[in-house]
Design a protein around this ligand. Structure first.
Ligand code: ACO
Length: 434
């Protein structure tokens, strides 16, 4: 098949350049041959916030934002949510194939046997103030694991890498549960190896004095589905952070801490917490039209709405709505759902939202379920970070083993002063300041 090319003509001098087009992209480095002046080292692209730049080739997650499609390793998210457990999906993301029964047994066994935290990590967590935000505790504690496992710096050894993957996926629910118990002033609960990944998480969250924790199976499955939906989402802000920090050959604990820090922001994973704050602020269904009007007038954003990639209904939000109904059968209906449904109804028929293709995203309904389960909004982003760790690690491993990748380092367009005359401190007046 003939290779597709694109011709660029420089209007300044009439020179033309033919660039190859591959996978719908041109190589930014191919533009370097185009000079905009005698001293120019070559043309660059200017793309603040990476709105139109592919930074890697990836075989992990596929999103068709126009059609609302999400696939992990080629499998539709709906199929995985219906038929798999979260750990099966984590295996798929990291190794590229769904596990056989014996591979899954080994994987589950290995992760289960890496759920305990070193006692110094427990002590470290005890040092946080009683009202510390759980995301701050989570980020710092993941970073602290790097001090316990110095061998994790050996990132080019496949066996060492795998060991750290098991540790991180195994320990995330334990750290998350400890942040929860810490806020409540409750003693930490050690993992129970008889339980599944989500049942054990529930055990560490909610076990009191009973000798053995009995997890509600509907709630455990709902958490498992939520974990599957949040496991990966290609080159989002936190994944890009994971790849960027990891590209400096930083160990996976510190890289994951950095990714979790990015997730904490309200425009990213922190949006689920912000949605609940917004629903509280609205207060009741009849106040929704006035709230939407305020947003359209430029006062804030509708949290849990809009997405850089999805210009259609986020497929995860649909599955979450269905899961919410299952959870509410156990917990009772969260009254916030009615406000959220009304908000969605009004927004989806409003010209402002239609024109900008703004639909509910994954965070719009997840918080409502989490609150019904008994979590405070501060915990929501922590619940997002647990499963996303599998995605971060899959993407990190793909980056480490990709011969095309190097340390991540964008260029800039310098708009500052040219060379200036230095003025000694004693001679500096304020008058010259702008
Ligand atoms: N409410 C109201 N208007 C919105 C919203 C919203 N939630 N989102 C985007 N818009 C408007 C913008 O104001 C802009 O309008 P304009 O063209 O008149 O200026 C237009 O839609 C395009 O929006 P951008 O900000 O350019 O979109 P971008 O891709 O940069 O941002 C983002 C995407 C950050 C998700 C944004 O939609 C947002 O802030 N949403 C609310 C926060 C949220 O829910 N974040 C979670 C995302 S999912 C995740 O990270 C897990």
């Amino acid at each position: 098949m003939k290779e597709r090319t694109i011709k660029i003509v420089d209007d300044a001098n009439g020179l033309s350049y033919t660039l190859p087009v591959e996978n719908g992209t041109i190589r930014a480095m191919d533009l370097r041959q185009i000079k905009t002046g005698p001293d120019d080292f070559g043309l660059m692209t200017y793309d603040p916030a990476f709105t139109n730049t592919a930074s890697c080739r990836s075989a992990i997650t596929y999103i068709d934002g126009e059609r609302g499609i999400l696939q992990y390793r080629g499998y539709p998210i709906e199929t995985l949510a219906e038929h798999c457990t979260f750990l099966e999906v984590a295996y798929l993301l990291i190794f590229g194939e769904l596990p056989t029964q014996s591979e899954l047994n080994t994987w589950v066994f290995d992760i289960t046997h890496h759920t305990m935290l070193h006692e110094t990590v427990k002590k470290f967590m005890e040092g946080f103030r009683y009202n510390a935000h759980p995301m701050g505790m989570l980020v710092s504690t993941i970073a602290a694991l790097s001090t316990i496992y110095p061998e994790s710096k050996n990132i080019f050894d496949a066996a060492t890498r795998k060991h750290q993957l098991l540790r991180l996926i195994g320990k995330m629910p334990t750290i998350a549960a400890y942040t929860y118990r810490h806020q409540l002033g409750l003693p930490y609960v050690y993992p129970d190896n008889d339980l599944s990944y989500t049942e054990n998480f529930m055990n560490m969250l909610w076990k009191m004095v009973e000798p053995k924790y009995q997890a509600n199976s509907v709630m455990a499955r709902a958490l498992d589905i939520l974990f599957i939906l949040h496991a990966d989402h290609e080159q989002n802000c936190s994944t890009n952070t994971m790849r960027c920090v990891g590209s400096a050959q930083t160990d996976p604990f510190l890289s994951t801490a950095a990714a979790a820090a990015a997730l904490a922001g309200p425009l990213h994973g922190g949006a689920n917490e912000a949605v609940l704050t917004m629903l509280d602020e609205i207060g009741s269904k009849d106040k929704v039209p006035a709230y939407v009007k305020k947003i359209k007038e430029g006062h804030g954003k509708l949290m849990g709405f809009g997405h850089r990639v999805y210009k259609n209904y986020d497929p995860r939000a649909k599955i979450i709505k269905w899961t919410a109904e299952q959870v509410f059968e156990i917990t009772g209906r969260n009254a916030k759902l009615d406000i959220a449904l009304e908000l969605e109804r009004i927004a989806l028929q409003d010209e402002y939202f239609i024109q900008r293709k703004l639909y509910p995203n994954v965070d719009f309904y997840s918080g409502i379920i989490y609150q019904a389960m008994g979590f405070k909004p501060e915990m929501f982003t922590v619940l997002f970070a647990i499963p996303r760790t599998a995605g971060w690690l899959a993407q990190w491993q793909e980056m480490i083993t990709d011969p095309e990748q190097k340390i991540s380092r964008p260029r800039q367009v310098y708009v500052g002063e040219n060379m200036r005359q230095f003025v000694p401190l004693a001679e500096r007046g304020t008058a010259v300041r702008r």
